[in-house]
Design a protein around this ligand. Structure first.
Ligand SMILES: [Zn+2]
Length: 113
């Protein structure tokens, strides 16, 4: 399951960061998840709860913000939200589009005790 390995990666970052700050408990985790990662927030939250059991992040509240998929046209510089994975510029119809955001998978913020 895709979400389980992502949850493990997030847990690793959370525990490493918390340890660096001499935290004894992690109470809140804010995650930024790009739309393009196709992560199911419920599955990710569940996976994290399973994996974090017995660690200092056990029981932490998880807040997930989905970052929309935004593309930028290399031909006319137009920036736009990508709908239904259609990577065509709505302005000049060029297919020369790069992804600006929507691929991220990051721990944005942590609250610890
Ligand atoms: Zn364009």
């Amino acid at each position: 399951m895709h979400e389980m390995s992502i949850a493990q990666g997030i847990l690793d970052i959370v525990l490493k960061t918390a340890t660096e700050h001499s935290a004894v408990k992690v109470t809140y985790i804010k995650l930024l998840i790009g739309q393009m990662t196709q992560v199911e927030p419920e599955s990710l939250t569940f996976g994290f709860a399973v994996l974090s059991a017995g660690t200092i992040a056990d029981g932490a509240k998880i807040d997930i913000t989905i970052v929309p998929l935004v593309g930028k046209c290399s031909s006319c510089e137009e920036q736009f939200t990508v709908e239904r994975y259609s990577f065509l510029c709505p302005h000049c119809h060029s297919a020369n589009v790069t992804v600006v955001s929507g691929r991220e998978l990051a721990v944005d913020y942590l609250e610890v005790e």
